[in-house]
Design a protein around this ligand. Structure first.
Ligand code: PAF
Length: 281
């Protein structure tokens, strides 16, 4: 596995691979890799000849400095994991390499979707994601890129960006990888104390109960959302939002909609959990 931290040598390597007729798959990450990331790499291997993974804790997508500073950086472990799944190239740029002009940055803004839900809770977050993903796409020039469905809104945002900006890249979403008790794998789960970790699976469990009631024909989405929020609060979460939205554009769903998604976010101690359930009713 090649380990490169500068832009030009990555471009050179990829140019050579493309000249040799190889198809390139790309998995962008912020490191602290878990089985969910490795599943993305495994899927990437099925879709292309060479797999590139980036590890970059992107400062401009963090709305809080403390969150950026606390974000786990585990490069030695991450590299060992990537070796074990036969990744071909890991790109680990520094902040200076990706943002040489400091905060004077040309930004990519994906309209509409960036302001909803996660975007409302974390101002500037999606502009930071869209900007870094665009930069990484320009450096790696992949044929295909793989994202986890756990970050459902991020996946939609990347798909919209690629379509709106005519980027010739296939975007593939991969189902959320969960621990055996149902908790969605996330780098931020490491913030949970042992006690919180025991409670954490209740988040998805309760979302599944809501999905069941919707399947059985429950209406009045507003009150269903509110009652789940208060249930979560009683269990020990600080819910940010529970929303039933249209699956195609994340606008507010009504009882007539068939393709819907339940999206939720809640704090548990220092960890902010997010999850979603896409469903047809
Ligand atoms: O999902 C993530 O880990 C990040 O948002 C991404 C896509 C790597 C951009 O920094």
């Amino acid at each position: 596995m090649y380990h490169i931290s500068e832009i030009s040598p990555v471009r050179e390597k990829i140019k050579k691979w493309k000249q040799a007729g190889y198809r390139i798959a790309f998995v962008p990450t912020m490191g602290n890799l878990h089985a969910g990331h490795l599943a993305l790499v495994e899927r990437a291997k099925e879709l292309a000849d060479k797999v590139v993974v980036s590890i970059f804790v992107n400062p401009i997508q963090f709305d809080k400095k403390v969150d950026l500073q606390a974000y786990p950086r585990t490069l030695v472990d991450d590299k060992a994991k990537l070796l074990s799944v036969e990744c071909d190239l890991v790109f680990t740029p520094s902040v200076k390499v990706l943002y040489p002009s400091g905060s004077d940055i040309t930004r990519v803004e994906v309209s509409g979707i960036s302001e909803l839900l996660e975007g409302e809770s974390r101002p500037g977050h999606f502009s930071g994601v869209a900007t870094v993903v665009t930069k990484l796409f320009n450096i790696v020039s992949p044929d295909v890129s793989i994202f986890g469905e756990k970050d459902f809104q991020q996946l939609m945002l990347v798909r919209k960006m690629v379509k709106d900006l005519d980027m010739d890249i296939d975007i593939i979403g991969l189902p959320t990888v969960r621990d055996p008790d149902g908790l969605a794998m996330s780098s931020r789960n490491s913030y949970l104390t042992a006690e919180e970790r025991k409670i954490a699976p209740q988040f998805y469990k309760e979302m599944k109960f809501l999905a069941e009631s919707l399947k059985k024909g429950a209406t009045n989405f507003q009150s269903l959302q509110l009652s789940l929020m208060s249930k979560l609060e009683k269990i020990g979460f600080k819910p940010d939002y529970i929303e039933i939205r249209k699956a195609n554009d994340l606008t507010v769903a009504s009882e007539e909609d068939v393709e819907i998604v339940i999206l939720g976010s809640a704090w548990l101690g220092k960890a902010r959990l997010i999850d979603n359930i896409v469903m047809t009713v």
